[in-house]
Structures are given as C-alpha cells and as structure tokens.
Design a protein around this ligand. Structure first.
Ligand code: F6P
Length: 550
C-alpha cells in the first residue's frame, strides 16, 4: 500500500505530461493520423475510443507502469479470490461471484459461496416465472400487474437503471414503480395509481435498517392493510431482499418470501444479487442471466487481459491522468441512448461513494493528490441544449465519457442518424474547438466586416482540447449493458487501487444520518431549539414556527 505520489511512475508521468501539455489535441491528431487505430480497444461487445485524450504513444507505457507499481495485479487477484480487501469492514468484495456463471468455487472463510448464490438465483427464477406467468396470484386470486420496489441508493438505482435501459424487453403486463425518497409524495403517488389486489411490494434493503426504506415500507403496509383488512394477505403481496433475516421477520415478512444476499456484496455493487429481483421480474430470468453473462465476460477480460489491452484498466488510468495530471475536477457521463438516462445517476453512486475518500488504506490523510472526481450527467442530447455551453466555453474544463449504441431499433427514420450525428459532432467539437482564424473565415463568408466582425469574433472561438472517451456498442442489450456496468465497476477498482483507497466502505454517509436522528426528535418537541449553531437553530425554529402557523 503506497502513496501513489511516491511511485517512480507518478514522477515519470508528471515529467511526461509537462513535456506534452502545450500540445493541443489538434496537434496530436495532426502528428498521429493513425490515432483511431492506435488508441481504440474492443472487448465484450464494446468499443472504447480513447484517442481524444491528451496522450501520445509514450503516455501509455507510463500509465501501465503506474498501475503495476500500485500493485493492481495483486489486488485484482485478491478481490476475485474472496480476500477481505474491504479492510474497514473486514469483508470480501465479491460482486464478481454473483455473475460467475462458470460456477468455479469462490471461497470466503473456507466456504464456497457459489451454492448459496445459485440457490438464491433459483429462488428468484421460480418466483419471477410465477409472477410473470400469472401462476402467482394476489389474495383475491387476481394476477399481479404492478411491482413496487421500495429501496434507496444501491437498493434502488441499479434495478431502476437496468429496467429503464432495457425497457424494450419488459413484460407487457408488469408496470414497475420505484419508491426511494422519504418525501411521502413519491410513495403516496405510487399507491394512488396501484390496486392492492394486484400489486407486489419488494422491500429491498441490505441492512433493513435504512430509515427512508423502512418508512416507505411501513406506509405501504398500512395502506395495504387498510385496503384489504387482511394481515394474512401480506404473504402474497410483500417480499423482502436483504442480508438481515431478523429485521425482515420483525417487519412481518415471512422469511420464505425473503431473497437473501451477503455482506460481501456492496450496496452499489448489488444489482447482480437478489437486489436485481425487479430486473428478473420485469425483463425475465433469461435476460437477467444474459446481463450477468455480459458482466462475467468483462470480469474475465479484466482478470485475464494484459494491462496494456485491458479496457477497465485503460479507462481507469485515463481517469487518473485527467484527474491528477490535467486536474479536471469532474467527469460527465453523456449517454446518447435515451434509455440510459439513469446511467449517470447509477455511476454517480458507484464512483463517488467508492472513491470519494480522503483517507487512504493506511489511515493516512490524502494530502498530495486528488481522489474521485465529481461524476454527473444525464441524456447527452438534452445536455447539449442546457449545460454544454459551459463545457465548450466555460472557464474550467470537464472530461467526458460519451456512450451510445449503433442500432436504435425503436427509433424511426430520421431520428437515429440525427442522434448519432450529434453524438459524433460533440466529441469532435470538444477535441478540435474552433480557432480565431476559422471564425474569421466563417464570419467573413457570412458578409461580416470591420468592427462588427471584430466585436463578435472572440465570442465564437472554442478552445477545444477537452479530453473525451467514446464507448460504442452494437445495440443496448442485456449482455452489452452487463459488460458496460462491469467496465465501470472495474474502472472504479483500478482508480481506488492507484489512489490507495478502500473503495468498498462509505463512512461518509453516516454523519448526516446521525444528526438527522437527533433533529427528528427536536422537530416534535414544542420548545425552541438552541443546541446547534446559529444557522441550524434558526432554520429549525423558523420551520417549526411556520409549520405550526405561529
Ligand atoms: O447510506 C448509504 C447507503 O448505505 C448506500 O451505500 C446503500 O446503497 C444505501 O444506503 C441503501 O442501504 P440499504 O440497502 O442497507 O437500505
């Protein structure tokens, strides 16, 4: 475990970047017309074009050296083999075992976890088939038409994102709903649209202690019991996904209706586990299996391919280059498939909860290098008409990952070509920009002369030189989506390793939870609050007065 700044490759990279930093991406493309051939890689149905990064042929060996010196290969082996690399929680990190479709044994504490994984998967398959076929009936004998997943963070974002992304494969009868926030508006809205006799609730929580989820689950149960007056009917309409059997039983869900997973599955890495039950229900067990197979293919690629041709390794290294050497503070995820509109939110949790840390694996404060970037984004084409202005001409740069599929089966002509023309145009624009000379020629051709031309000219210049990656897949399918998600999971692993972080804990979410618990009591009490700082006291007291109409 080493501070990366102390590694020889870090120093070498610094020297190298200083030497090439004056070169504009245009210069690099002019000097190396073969950049597409040189800097693209295909794996598991994905093409990664990384040629529009500020790199030369000399950059990659240094990046690879950095990954080697950071112990990436050893740590990768330790993760796949079930060692407890999540050191602050003393847990293994084995989302890869959940999609280990070859079934080779994976040992944790001397026990092969594969039989338990397979047993839960079979339970999920049986249950999903019964709901989808109509064999599973609600308490009145009617078939299930609506599924409400109640969960938050990793127990929400993954299933929600996958069900949206692959909606083309969705069961025509089953309507999916996702309740995450504790703002009662959301669950109440869902409950107003569903029929208790035909609705299945999935209470999804790894810990089964998450306040938002349990509050929503209790609200749903109350609503259900008020409507049906029949506690025995709960067994037909409520199932749980959790690692906490005791709490599930205490909530009133029969353990026979519980789908288990394990502490070695991180919340943000859990869609492959029983947390993926909404996926199996909506898309079917076969498509869920295909999603796992796509991710497994990426796992094999990551585990077995030399670092130089390894896609997650490359993507991770380029992220390090852009974050630590070119100092880009954020990474925009810009998908041009509308169905991937929730993919950036999913990646936000994956990346920011994993590598948003400033204490390293040795417990030392990280002082001399930046860690995880801010990850953000939504549908790329919408972004073009909103925040792309700043990305093109704002005072600070952003690195960008563009993602699209070649085929858009549900897009009638001329939608597909228009969408993809914009997709290609944007990465070209971020790379090239537009020079003063080009603007001058353009304005002159438009008939502008003299003062009018000079006045407008500076506003129309684009600096360009923004680093971007482009990921293309043939079509958005369960397999390609599985590979895409696993690509980013392993990218996060690569970066966490180089930054010497534990990417698998999330202590940073605790403080807010603790404070909220105490404040919740204060909101009920009648006396004014005085124990906080002036701002927090003032806000709470203002809220209480206004709420009571005082
Ligand atoms: O508070 C953050 C977090 O713990 C995430 O890491 C997790 O995905 C989410 O809350 C939900 O947790 P649970 O599945 O235990 O309800």
């Amino acid at each position: 475990m080493t501070n990366p700044v102390k590694l020889p490759a870090w120093t070498a990279l610094k020297t190298h970047v200083t030497a090439i930093s004056d070169l504009h991406l245009r210069d690099l493309f002019a000097a190396e017309p073969q950049r597409f051939e040189l800097f693209t890689l295909e794996a598991c149905g994905l093409l990664l074009d990384y040629s529009k990064n500020r790199i030369t042929k000399a950059t990659l060996p240094i990046l690879t050296q950095l990954a080697r010196e950071s112990g990436l290969e050893e740590r990768r082996t330790r993760m796949f083999s079930g060692e407890k690399i999540n050191s602050t929680e003393n847990r293994a990190v084995l989302h890869t075992a959940l999609r280990n479709i070859t079934n080779t044994p994976v040992m944790v504490d001397g026990i092969d976890v594969m039989p338990a994984i397979n047993a839960v998967r079979e339970h999920m398959t049986r249950f999903a088939n019964a709901i989808r076929s109509g064999e599973w009936k609600g308490h009145t004998g009617e078939i299930i038409t609506d599924i409400v997943n109640i969960g938050i963070g990793g127990s929400d974002l993954g299933p929600l994102m996958v069900c949206r992304a692959l909606h083309r494969f969705a069961h025509p009868r089953l309507k999916m709903h996702f309740a995450s926030t504790v703002d009662g508006d959301q669950i109440t809205g869902i409950l107003s649209r569903v029929n208790p006799a035909t609705t299945l609730f999935i209470v999804a929580s790894k810990t089964f202690t998450t306040q938002e989820t349990l509050t929503n689950a209790h609200t749903a149960r109350r609503w259900f019991l008020e409507a049906t007056g029949n506690p025995a009917a709960i067994a037909k309409h409520f199932v749980a996904v959790s690692t906490n059997t005791e709490a599930v039983t205490a909530f009133g869900i029969d353990p026979a209706n519980m789908f288990e997973f394990w502490d070695w599955v991180g919340g943000r890495y859990s869609l492959w586990s029983a947390i993926g039950l909404p996926i199996a229900l909506c898309l079917g067990p076969d498509n869920f299996q295909a999603l796992l197979a796509g991710a497994h293919a990426m796992d094999r690629h990551f585990a077995e391919t030399p670092l130089e041709r390894n896609m997650p390794v490359l993507l991770g290294q380029l992220g390090i280059l852009n974050r630590n050497f070119y100092h880009f503070p954020s990474l925009l995820i810009s998908p041009y498939n509308q169905a991937l509109d929730r993919f950036p939110s999913y990646l936000q949790q994956l990346d920011m909860e994993s590598n948003g840390k400033s204490v390293d694996l040795d417990g030392l404060r990280v002082k001399d290098y930046e860690t995880g970037p801010i990850v953000w984004g939504d549908s790329g084409i919408n972004g073009q008409h909103a925040y792309y202005q700043l990305l093109h001409q704002g005072s600070q740069g952003v690195s960008i990952d563009f993602i699209a599929s070649i085929e858009h089966p549900d897009s009638p002509s001329p939608h597909g070509p228009i969408l993809m023309a914009n997709f290609f145009a944007q990465s070209e624009a971020f790379m090239r920009g537009k020079t003063e000379e080009e603007v001058r020629i353009e304005l002159t051709a438009q008939g502008l002369r003299g003062e009018a031309l000079e006045k407008l000219l500076p506003h129309k210049i684009f600096e360009g030189n923004r680093p971007t990656n482009t990921i293309l897949m043939q079509t958005l399918s369960p397999e390609s989506l599985g590979a895409l998600i696993a690509l980013y999971e392993h990218k996060v692993f690569v970066q966490g390793t180089i930054w010497n972080l534990n990417s698998y804990d999330q202590w940073g979410v605790e403080l807010g939870k603790q404070l909220a618990k105490a404040i919740e009591q204060e909101l009920i009490a009648s006396e004014p609050v005085t124990r906080h700082d002036a701002s927090t006291n003032g806000l709470i007291n203002y809220y209480k007065q206004r709420l009571l109409g005082a």
